[in-house]
Design a binder for this molecule. Structure first.
Ligand SMILES: NC(=O)c1ccc[n+]([C@@H]2O[C@H](COP(=O)([O-])OP(=O)(O)OC[C@H]3O[C@@H](n4cnc5c(N)ncnc54)[C@H](O)[C@@H]3O)[C@@H](O)[C@H]2O)c1
Ligand SMILES: C[C@@H](CO)CCC[C@@H](C)[C@H]1CC[C@H]2[C@@H]3[C@H](O)C=C4C[C@@H](O)CC[C@]4(C)[C@H]3CC[C@]12C
Length: 369
């Protein structure tokens, strides 16, 4: 990638480019990557909004494909300078089988790496997750930790297991020789819980609150901090990391970075109220209304019902033993590694992030989006 004003135009590929985060990455690249010549958007399900992007100055190529199909991935990667691999199966509710989660998240990532090696693509940014670290199943708090904080990462759930395996594959691939003889440069970004425009769980909580007459009921103690980061800032971090990977290959190659911004440290429910409150909802209770043992019991009951009903119907409520453990265990990050390594500063202030999210919740909650 040349550095002059006459720099070569670059081809970027975004896998999962039609997902919640992927759409923001795609739009951010178009707005903020001056060297972009062609943008390939690869997803199993292409969004209709892609059409409007095709009229701009950058060539946007929509590719319907599956990351588990090695030949489809290789065809999409061929000729790309940079790959941002954000496609993934995000499922902590038991909707998909553990095998499917592994196939998409681990084998899909392996296919992306092999495609880079075969076709000579040198720069790969992987969307990992905070869950590669924790919270662990023992409920140990990770209080404002950073990339070097020691923590017992013990996974049993298929989703964090798959993200951890995939992240390892990406980091181990750093330095591999790609077609043409040059080394592959990789890094992994680890968002905490992402929020913002397009966040379906936030929209679901809003609709649930409306159904309950404007009330939501506190289940988690306010003292349990849950890390959150605005989707626009996560997208910006991907764009910057991808841009800087060549120039700072020695520093960034094989590194992990938590995604962070100025979003406040709060419990999962109190944080959601930053948006749902201005939309007219109220959170009832200064303390959890149900005792913790009862929540544990309900979560276990949901897991049992899911298992019993599986042959007949998919029963996948929000509350299960895993989501309860995640929501009920402090996990927050405090780091400046991305700033030190590639000059990342959040693009959106907390006030902007909050306003944008509120406007989206109001619009999405009342429409069929
Ligand atoms: N949402 C969060 O809070 C969060 C936090 C940390 C990390 N992440 C990671 O960020 C990435 C994006 O998550 P998201 O929240 O935008 O999820 P999402 O489900 O909205 O987006 C994932 C996209 O990947 C696509 N996809 C899934 N399987 C595919 C396949 N086999 N082939 C091609 N495309 C496929 C989906 O169609 C979807 O468009 C994931 O890798 C996820 O693990 C998400
Ligand atoms: C007990 C309920 C009372 O209101 C609340 C349940 C909330 C849970 C459904 C969510 C709490 C924490 C969320 C996860 C977290 O924000 C980080 C994630 C990492 C990412 O890689 C995927 C999504 C998620 C696992 C996210 C999913 C939903 C929660 C478990």
């Amino acid at each position: 990638m040349a550095d002059s004003a006459q720099a070569q135009k670059l081809v970027y590929l975004v896998t999962g480019g039609c997902g919640f985060l992927g759409e923001h990455v795609v739009r951010m690249l178009l707005q903020r990557e001056p060297r972009l010549g062609e943008l390939r958007v690869f997803d199993r399900h292409l969004g209709p909004w892609l059409e409007e992007l095709k009229t701009g100055p950058v060539r946007v190529t929509a590719i319907q494909g599956d990351v588990t199909e090695a030949h489809e991935v290789a065809a999409a990667v061929a000729g790309a300078h940079v790959v941002i691999h954000t496609a993934g199966l995000v499922d902590v509710f038991g909707r998909a089988s553990p095998e499917t989660i592994h196939e998409v998240n681990v084998q899909g990532t392996r296919n992306v790496i092999e495609a880079c090696v075969q076709t000579g693509t040198r720069f790969l940014v992987y969307t990992s997750s905070m869950e590669v670290v924790g919270p662990n199943t023992k409920g140990h708090p990770f209080y404002r930790g950073n990339e070097d904080t020691l923590y017992e990462a013990a996974h049993r759930h298929p989703y964090p297991c798959s993200k951890a395996l995939a992240e390892r594959l990406v980091l181990e691939a750093n330095g591999r020789e790609v077609h043409g003889g040059l080394p592959l440069v990789t890094c992994a970004l680890r968002p905490t819980g992402i929020y913002g425009e397009g966040h379906q769980i936030m929209r679901d909580f809003y609709r649930q609150g409306l159904r309950l007459g404007g009330w939501l009921f506190r289940a988690i103690p306010a003292s349990v901090e849950h890390g959150r980061v605005y989707v626009g800032n996560v997208a910006w971090m991907h764009v910057l990391a991808a841009r800087e990977l060549e120039r700072r290959a020695a520093l960034m190659g094989g590194q992990v970075y938590f995604c962070y911004d100025g979003s406040p440290y709060k419990s999962y429910e109190d944080f959601n109220m930053e948006f749902l409150g201005p939309c007219g909802l109220q959170l009832v209770g200064a303390r959890p209304l149900l005792p913790y043992w009862l929540l544990v019991f309900l979560a276990a009951l949901n897991a049992l019902l899911q298992w019993l009903l599986r042959p007949l119907v998919l029963y996948a409520p929000l509350l299960n033993p895993y989501t309860l453990a995640v929501a009920n265990t402090t996990f927050t990050v405090s780091t400046d590694k991305a700033q030190r390594h590639f000059g990342y500063e959040p693009l959106f202030s907390w006030e902007d992030s909050r306003t944008r999210t509120i406007l989206w919740v109001q619009a999405a909650g009342s429409s069929a989006q």
